[in-house]
Design a binder for this molecule. Structure first.
Ligand code: CA
Length: 218
């Protein structure tokens, strides 16, 4: 899952990037409003963490402009401003959730999981697809009731496929979900991860649609 962090405070930015990366997310970080809008127009993020107080265009301006351009990505607003009026303004501008600074990283992760759950139309925390069960809270995966140990990229790839059951995702789409701008991606990186997933789950767990991409068999 690919996240855009919009944060002008370098200390907070670095700690959030480190934390999210350790949690297995692909993260891109920009530090002003205009860069955020360019990023949102060019990259299909799964979620945005948006600070409100930014140099240049502020967070509310970014949010309004993104929504007016029909960019529907879930947005979690973070801010040190803590008045009811600020929160109402943020939510009315199109934010999906709100976190007051300073915030705890564990709470940030929990809110990300909740937003992702809502964005993919789940009400229960567990993702169940036939023999496959994924628990995002602990990143535990079982297949045929047996625990499966996955690398963070394998896990991210499996979740990307499991969130869109029966939908074929192309190599390019999967790369965009797994890697940030700074990554050097080998031309067969996705194929290699798919190969490993099949070995750890079963050969028929992920189907190749020749010339198109991959889908999860449920
Ligand atoms: Ca700020």
């Amino acid at each position: 899952m690919r996240i855009l962090l919009v944060e002008d405070d370098p200390m907070i930015g670095e700690s959030v990037v480190d934390g999210l990366t350790a949690e297995g997310y692909a993260v891109d970080w920009v530090q002003d409003g205009n860069s955020a809008l360019i990023a949102l127009r060019t990259t299909p993020f799964s979620l945005v963490i948006l600070d409100l107080g930014l140099p240049g265009k502020d967070g509310i301006g970014v949010l309004k402009e993104a929504r007016s351009q029909r960019i529907h990505v879930p947005v979690l607003v973070t801010t040190a401003r803590d008045t009811v009026a600020d929160r109402v303004q943020g939510l009315d501008a199109g934010a999906d959730d709100y976190l007051i600074k300073p915030y705890d990283l564990d709470e940030l992760y929990a809110r990300i999981r909740a937003l992702q759950r809502r964005a993919t139309g789940r009400s229960e925390p567990t993702i169940t697809r036939g023999r496959l069960v994924i628990k995002p809270e602990t990143r535990e995966v079982t297949f045929n009731d047996e625990a499966v140990l996955l690398s963070s990229k394998e896990y991210a790839l499996l979740v990307a496929l499991a969130e869109r059951p029966g939908v074929v995702l192309s190599r390019g789409q999967l790369e965009e979900k797994l890697y940030n701008w700074d990554s050097t991606i080998g031309s067969n990186a996705i194929e290699v991860h798919i190969h490993h997933l099949r070995k750890k789950l079963s050969d028929d767990a992920i189907k190749t649609v020749r010339g198109v991409g991959y889908l999860l068999e449920t």
